[in-house]
Design a protein. Structure first.
Length: 172
């Protein structure tokens, strides 16, 4: 490989929300779980669907559809929880994100990624890292740290903070 080919190819996990395709950097994905429901927590925003028990750790689960202003995720056979590592203020927070379905892991080169569209001042698109294109379909590449903004991370820390402070020997 020549030195000019030093641009890095990145792997993304693609998934669907309301028939749109989104993707996150695979390096931020811990695992993918079948959605079997959550334990509800009172007095939290609607987008926080509740918590799940992941090998003894409390993991908050966020409904990305609600976070993005869509209708709530309806549980189907394909609904899953993508367990993610979110970087916040030099700390890593673990949270689950509901997705309608997971599609595939794909590789994108920098040349295949376009800048996020600017849609005016009413819509905040800061959480979109860019737009990828595969087989004539666009996918929105998410900046997962920005998706879970300050408010969401604050709520997630409150609901899942105690178990996250312990270092479990089974952590990958």
């Amino acid at each position: 490989m020549a030195d000019s080919d030093s641009q890095q190819t990145t792997q993304y996990l693609s998934f669907t929300l309301d028939e749109e395709i989104f993707a996150v950097d695979v390096a931020r994905v811990r695992e993918i779980l079948e959605f079997r429901g959550t334990t509800r927590i009172p007095q939290v925003p609607d987008y926080l669907r509740g918590v799940i028990n992941l090998r003894g750790s409390v993991v908050p689960v966020v409904d990305l559809r609600l976070l993005f202003g869509l209708s709530a995720t309806q549980s189907t056979i394909n609904t899953c929880v993508i367990v993610l590592e979110i970087n916040v203020e030099n700390d890593t927070v673990i949270a689950g994100a509901l997705a309608d379905s997971v599609r595939e892991v794909l590789e994108l080169e920098p040349a295949e990624i376009e800048a996020a569209p600017r849609l005016g001042t009413r819509l905040n698109t800061d959480f979109i890292k860019g737009m990828g294109k595969r087989n004539d379909q666009f996918l929105m590449l998410l900046d997962i740290d920005r998706v879970f903004g300050d408010e969401a991370v604050g709520v997630i820390r409150q609901t899942g903070s105690a178990p996250q402070q312990h270092h479990h020997p089974c952590r990958r």
